[in-house]
Structures are given as structure tokens and as C-alpha cells.
Design a protein around this ligand. Structure first.
Ligand SMILES: [Zn+2]
Length: 532
């Protein structure tokens, strides 16, 4: 791309763009124009709304409460965007920016077990083993602005700037260039609050609001003052408020209280109204020539009841022996949607030889697939996926042996390993967490090369996060590397544009690898569990 840097500066955020623009003026000569209002053809703006779902939003859009999102449905290609398996923010955003499944990018979860050690450590951006889109762009001198994308801490040394998103291993080292951190001053790192105790409602709402306001101001400043080819911001407050406040709007929640909940009934709605307004402000700052994609990394829904895995496996008629049940574990007892079966050579204290381990996995999977809620007769698991059904690539072995997609309103927890009567298998989920992720997220994309209208599928298949990287590279006029799992979403593109711009391909990308510093290694082991 050939765009000239502009020296025009507008008054920006206090730690504003003019300083960064000056800092990167040299680099900017190779790439984009300075400021959103310059020659901006070929620019791509991505706005992430972590945890958005049309199921919640459509009635509010229809009522006219979210005019910006409603307007996008009129002008964009839009529809459902399926998440990654598993549908947690770290693998989901990593899948979106790399175009490969977790078996290739190696981020399955917030945490990972160190083989042969009885220790679980947190994942960081350095766990990623596939190149993200901004590295591909950096290699050809194109500039990216990255704000709060989950799983980007510590940041890459990219052509551009980055304020990394959660999880954070430390309270420092989260920007690129590093000196940006000092310029940010009072910057508050993204909260990881997924749970809420009674009485904390107002203080949490204030945290969510503050985070959104701060990131909106930075995003506006960058859009106005920084040159870029790719701009990518993620707002995560939506995910957090939906995890914690969902019980107030869900009459079927075991914790729904018509009296006490009255005060917070509209909290999620009101947060969305503000988010919609913020989205409108950002869109107003984007050049009309830029291509704009609004998306979520996963959907959302109620979390009402838990399936207690160990209590299930210890039922007399479960078909699973006590030894088999004992060998099942999860990284977090409070989230057993991803299960591991202890295996010799991988897990401390032995476990099953590989052949037998496979048998145990199959037995546990069969038990989970058939379990029903005794109150309703409904199946509790929508899907119970064995490793080789969903993961492929050099890191597939690192993934969980079983990944469960629970049915609407259900969740899996480890449960009790106590001997004797195993007690109930399905119990209400604790009050502190009342909403959880679902597969179906959202997208809306507009631009001169986009063909508007609702599209939930492309060439007969669901549109998923893994398809984004190749499609975004195409929209940026770059060739698509071989070896990606995603495909170009042709249904998004105007047929005449596609014919005039046939997709180009290029060789496979090198594996991404950044060595950890001794400090980073130490921090990994010191962090408390994050969850969510
Ligand atoms: Zn979440």
C-alpha cells in the first residue's frame, strides 16, 4: 500500500497519538497514512465485542434500543460467527488471528499442565505457535494498532503499536513499544472478574464502565491520529457483565429473585445501550473507505445447572469403574468442560497405558453423551468431542482428551470424589456466575468490496472464527498462506470484486516461537487461577 504520512495532528487523548505518530514516523513511511481521515482505502478496522449474541441483542435491536448495531444489519454482510472449540477467549481470539485450530496454534485454555509435573501454569501470548495476522503484515511493512485483544500479552514486536489484552502475567510489560506503558499513566488492565458476590454489583459495574470508557478513548485517539493498515480493538466488559448479571434477567435461573433482582434487571441492557453508543462513536471516526468488521469471539447464554462429573461417574449404573473415574481430571474443578484422562508418560503418578487410555476416554464420552437431567429428561451435553475429532496439528496432543459443549443452561464441574453415596448429579450452579459462553457469536462487515445481507453459512458450511485470518488478509490485498485451516469467505465478497481480484496464495508461514524470559517463567507459576 502506498499512503503518505500526514503531519496533521488533532488534539488527542492525553498520552495521544501525536507522540506515537512521531515515534513511528519512520516506520509509517513504509505503510499507512497518519490519521483516519487520510487516504484510507485498504484499511481494515476490527471491533471485537467479547461475548455478543444476536439471541440477546435482536429484541433490543428490534425495539430500537441499539440503533448502531441495527444499522449495521441494514448495511453489512452479517450473521452468526461460530466460535472455536473450546469457546474460551484465549483459544477463540488466537484462532481468529492465526486462522488455525488449537492443535496448530497450541492455545487450548487459560492454563496448561506441564507434562510429568504436578503443576498447572497459565498460558501467555508466548504459548502461541502460529503467526498472527499482524506479524504477517509487519513482514511486508504494514502497520497494525492492537488494543486489548485477549492473549496478546506479552506483545509482539510488531510494525505498529499494541496494548495487550488479558490474561496479564504482570502489571508491566503489556505494551509495544515498551515506552508506551509510561505514557498511558493510569491505564487499568482489563479486569478478569467472572464471578460476583452479593453486594459487589455496583463496584463491578463501575469497573466495567471505566474499562470501556478508557479503551474507547484510546481507540478514538488512535483512529484519529495513528496511521494504520489494520486496527483491532476488543471490548471485554460485555463478557464480564454477562457472566455475572445474567441471573437478573433470566426467570429460569435457579437464582432469579423478582424482588432483589429488580434493581439490576436492566444492567446488561443498559450496558449494551452504552456499548452501542461507543460503537457509533468509533464508526464515526473511521473513514468511509475503510472496511469495518464487528465481531464476537463466542456467543452467550444462561448458566443454570451443573453436571457434577465425578458424581455422575460414581453412580452404580454409570458403566465406569472407580479407578477409571479417579483418572479423570480437569485443569479447574470449577470448569470441567475440558477433561483429561491420566495417562502413563504424561501425567504424574502413572495412569493408563495409551491403548487403555483411549478405551477409558470412549467410556467416559459415552456416559457423558447419554446423561439426562432427571427433572426434564433433557440431554445435558450437546456434544462430547474426542481429541482427534476437533484438533489436528503438531500440538493436538496437548489438548483435552474430551471437550464438552454443554446444552443450553448447563455447565460441567468436577464434583465430589468422596466415597459412598455420590449424591445428586445435577445441581444449581453457584450464584456468583450465572452466564456462560455459547458457540454462536456475531459478525457484521461492511466495505466497498462486501456484499451485504444475512449470511450464516458459506458454501454450505458454518462461518467460524478460523475463517477470519485468510479472509482479512484477502481484504487487505495480501496473499493467503498455505496451511491455514480457515478459508476465504467468498459469500462476504462482492462477486465483481472477487472476479477482479482473484485470491493469491503464498507459501506456509513459519512457526511462531518466542522464548520466555526467566521472569516470565517465574510469573507463570505464581499467578492465581483466572477462570472464565
Ligand atoms: Zn467469558
Amino acid at each position: 500500500m502506498n499512503r503518505n504520512s500526514s503531519l496533521t495532528r488533532r488534539a488527542g487523548f492525553p498520552f495521544g497519538g501525536s507522540l506515537l505518530c512521531a515515534l513511528f514516523f519512520g516506520l509509517a513511511l513504509t505503510g499507512a497514512g497518519c490519521g483516519g481521515g487520510e487516504d484510507s482505502s485498504g484499511q481494515l478496522v476490527v471491533i471485537g465485542l467479547d461475548g455478543a449474541t444476536w439471541e440477546l441483542l435482536q429484541p433490543w435491536i428490534d425495539a430500537g434500543d441499539l440503533p448502531v448495531l441495527g444499522g449495521l444489519q441494514d448495511s453489512c454482510a452479517w450473521g452468526e460467527l461460530q466460535s472455536s472449540v473450546p469457546y474460551l477467549s484465549p483459544p477463540a481470539w488466537t484462532t481468529a488471528v492465526t486462522g488455525v485450530n488449537p492443535g496448530k496454534h497450541a492455545v487450548f485454555d487459560f492454563q496448561r499442565r506441564i507434562p510429568g509435573e504436578k503443576i498447572i501454569v497459565n498460558e501467555t501470548a508466548k504459548s502461541r505457535r502460529a503467526q498472527p495476522i499482524w506479524n504477517v503484515l509487519s513482514a511486508v511493512g504494514r502497520r497494525s494498532l492492537l488494543l486489548n485483544i485477549p492473549m496478546t500479552d506479552p506483545p509482539d514486536q510488531l510494525e505498529g503499536i499494541c496494548i495487550a489484552g488479558f490474561p496479564h502475567q504482570d502489571h508491566t510489560g503489556f505494551t509495544y513499544p515498551p515506552e508506551l506503558e509510561e505514557q498511558l499513566g493510569e491505564y487499568e488492565l482489563d479486569t478478569m472478574e467472572m464471578r460476583m458476590e452479593e453486594g459487589d454489583e455496583d463496584s463491578l459495574l463501575a469497573v466495567f464502565e471505566r474499562g470501556r470508557g478508557m479503551r474507547k478513548r484510546i481507540a478514538l485517539d488512535w483512529l484519529e491520529n495513528e496511521p494504520f493498515d489494520l486496527f483491532w480493538v476488543v471490548f471485554t466488559g460485555i463478557d464480564r457483565i454477562q457472566h455475572t448479571f445474567w441471573k437478573f434477567l433470566d426467570p429460569e435461573s435457579p437464582h432469579y429473585d423478582p424482588e432483589v433482582g429488580q434493581r439490576y434487571r436492566s444492567a446488561i441492557h443498559d450496558f449494551w445501550v452504552e456499548q452501542d453508543r461507543a460503537l457509533g462513536q468509533l464508526l464515526a471516526a473511521v473513514s468511509s473507505e475503510a472496511t469495518v468488521l464487528v465481531l464476537s469471539d463466542h456467543g452467550f447464554g444462561p448458566l443454570r445447572y451443573d453436571l457434577r462429573v465425578q458424581n455422575l461417574l460414581r453412580q452404580p449404573d454409570s458403566g465406569v469403574s472407580e479407578r477409571e473415574a479417579n483418572s479423570v481430571y480437569s485443569m479447574d474443578p470449577g470448569d470441567a468442560c475440558r477433561l483429561y484422562i491420566a495417562r502413563r508418560g504424561r501425567d504424574v503418578g502413572g495412569g493408563w497405558p495409551p491403548e487403555q487410555a483411549r478405551e477409558v476416554v470412549r467410556k467416559i464420552a459415552a456416559t457423558l453423551r447419554s446423561v439426562r437431567d432427571p427433572r426434564t429428561g433433557q440431554l445435558v451435553c450437546d456434544a462430547v468431542l474426542e481429541k482427534d475429532q476437533v484438533y489436528s496439528g503438531p500440538y493436538a496432543e496437548k489438548g483435552p482428551d474430551l471437550t464438552v459443549v454443554p446444552a443450553f443452561g448447563y455447565f460441567l464441574v468436577e464434583g465430589s470424589r468422596e466415597p459412598g453415596d455420590p449424591g445428586p448429579v445435577i445441581v444449581p450452579h453457584p450464584k456468583s456466575l450465572s452466564g456462560w459462553h455459547r458457540m454462536n457469536g456475531i459478525y457484521a462487515i461492511r466495505g466497498a468490496e462486501i456484499s451485504p445481507g444475512r449470511k450464516d453459512r458459506d458454501s454450505g458450511a458454518e462461518i467460524t472464527l478460523v475463517d477470519l485470518m485468510p479472509t482479512l488478509l484477502y481484504l487487505l490485498g495480501e496473499p493467503i498462506p498455505e496451511g491455514l485451516d480457515g478459508r476465504l469467505l467468498r459469500s462476504w465478497i462482492d462477486p465483481a470484486y472477487l472476479e477482479a481480484h482473484p485470491p493469491q496464495s503464498t507459501g506456509p508461514l513459519e512457526e511462531d516461537y518466542r522464548e520466555m524470559t526467566p521472569d516470565e517463567l517465574r510469573n507463570l507459576r505464581n499467578l492465581p487461577y483466572i477462570g472464565g
